[in-house]
Design a protein around this ligand. Structure first.
Ligand code: UDP
Length: 470
């Protein structure tokens, strides 16, 4: 039997929203359990942002890119879910080779893939890795939905968005059909069957590790903590977020942080739509005018409008190729708001912004990593979901956790201004959300302490890996 530290191989499907939390899991396994890890990534995502993240990993966490595979036969407008799942399926031989090599050279105790990499379990099996786990960088509501998806696909006739009644899942906030994740909204799109296929394979996992915590979705956490025949055990191990201090001290401090230093405490609303989100031109104008009208200070990560490119282009290169997004703003906006607002093209050091004392609110697309980062730093949210499972997250946050105000469907400048003011300084809903977020901020930290729920859950997982490997 091999000696040395336990080693965990991890597969991150494309997207910073998958890579960031898996890297954090690897770091936690290293710091708490003395493990080493290899993060395996796909060739299609090699943006400068991703390269910087991989370069910042500690020596205990290695990274290995898979060789490129040809996806040119897929339609240009193929959904991201289809692209990711297909790239994974076509990379299996190379992945099997990497895993076999890791088995030779390390004490490999487990293989962990995220939710779009389920076919990689075949490579792990072929390489002789017997413990195969799923890591969900989403929440327990999303997990519940996907676990039920094969049944729902068979029992719901027509499209989810046409359902008269919300979808009810045990322990979950009822989800209106129109808020069911976007790849499931069109049965004729191949991404629908991709999701059903992945969902069926979730049940093959030895364990499902979820980047969420009980306080934010207590009832469903209670349901999923109970063992259920035919369903892998579920471990809420979150919130795992990129630490705001993870940037090397030698790097220059971002200009937007210096700008925040000059703003009063809790006075700035941070506006960002994740690693790929962008708004249509008209909506971008209304947002700009709404922020101006609100009279609040703002820091906005601006992207070129979504009508100028495809979502998958943004998704795969973190909008780095965007031409000057500031050119799309309303006439005179920059000049009129220069004393209260700052615009950052494409990418900002988000966790550092959320950790800054000047940040008092977050207008977010409700990506799950962004949501967790906001909760960990106690920043109340305005929910403006765009795609994937973001609408589901918005329902859960606004109706369940009470940690966000959701913007109405019609987002004109007056509405935007009024909800921004309510979140930042309002005495009604805004005040309630601010109190709730402060509670969740404390609960998130408690779970990760010694003896906390997240720490105990991960300890249990690692103990099982060790027991199975011996
Ligand atoms: N992010 C960042 N700077 C940006 C935009 C995004 O650091 O300008 C990070 C953000 O902190 C989060 C991740 O990218 O960790 C986005 O993940 P999320 O799940 O919120 O959304 P997705 O990008 O998957 O839609």
């Amino acid at each position: 039997m091999k000696t040395g530290p336990p080693h965990v191989a991890m597969l991150a499907t494309p997207g910073m929203g998958h890579l960031i939390p898996l890297a954090e899991l690897a770091k936690r396994l290293a710091s708490r359990h003395g493990a080493t890890a290899t993060l395996i990534t796909f060739a299609s995502t090699a943006s400068a942002t991703q390269r910087a993240l991989l370069a910042s990993l500690p020596p205990s966490v290695a990274s290995r890119p898979l060789p490129p595979v040809d996806l040119s036969d897929l339609p240009r407008d193929a959904a991201i879910e289809t692209l990711m799942s297909e790239e994974c399926a076509r990379s299996l031989p190379a992945l099997t080779r990497i895993l076999s090599e890791l088995r030779e050279t390390t004490r490999l105790v487990a293989f962990v893939a995220d939710q779009f990499g389920m076919d990689s379990f075949d490579a792990a099996r072929d390489a002789g890795v017997s413990t195969r786990c799923l890591f969900m960088p989403m929440n327990l509501h999303a997990l519940s939905l996907v676990l039920r998806l094969p049944d729902l696909a068979a029992s719901v006739a027509g499209e989810f968005r046409d359902l008269a009644e919300p979808v009810r899942l045990p322990g979950c906030v009822p989800v209106p059909g129109s808020d069911i994740p976007s790849p499931l909204q069109d049965r004729s799109n191949p991404s629908y069957m991709v999701m059903v296929h992945l969902a069926k394979r979730y049940r093959e996992a030895d364990a499902i590790l979820v980047n969420s915590f009980d306080a934010v979705e207590p009832e469903v956490a209670q349901v999923l903590r109970q063992p259920e025949p035919g369903r892998p055990p579920v471990y809420p191990i979150g919130p795992l977020i990129r630490q705001s201090g993870a940037i090397p001290p030698s790097s220059p401090r971002a200009a937007c942080l210096e700008w925040l230093d000059r703003q009063p405490a809790r006075s700035v609303i941070f506006v960002s739509f994740g690693s790929a989100g962008a708004l249509p031109k008209e909506q971008m104008h209304q947002l700009a005018l709404g922020l101006e009208l609100s009279g609040q200070r703002f820091l906005w990560v601006v992207r070129s409008p979504s009508d100028e490119g495809t979502l998958s282009d943004n998704y795969y290169n973190n909008a780095e190729s965007n031409k000057d997004p500031l050119a799309y703003l309303p006439e005179g906006f920059l000049e009129r708001t220069k004393d209260v607002g700052l615009l950052v093209p494409s990418w900002a050091p988000q966790t550092q912004v959320l950790a800054h004392t000047a940040t008092g609110g977050f207008l977010t697309h409700c990506g799950w990593n962004s949501t967790l980062e906001s909760l960990v730093h106690g920043v109340p949210m305005l929910a403006w979901p765009l795609f994937a499972e973001q609408r589901l997250n918005a329902v859960m946050l606004a109706e369940g956790a009470g940690a966000a105000i959701r913007l109405p469907e019609r987002k004109d400048k007056e509405t935007i201004a009024s909800v921004v003011r309510e979140l930042m300084v309002g005495e009604g809903k805004g005040a309630m959300v601010r109190v709730k977020v402060a509670q969740l901020h404390r609960a998130a930290a408690e779970g990760l302490r010694e003896g906390g729920a997240a720490t105990t859950a991960l300890d249990e997982v690692v103990d099982k890996w060790e027991a199975e490997a011996n």
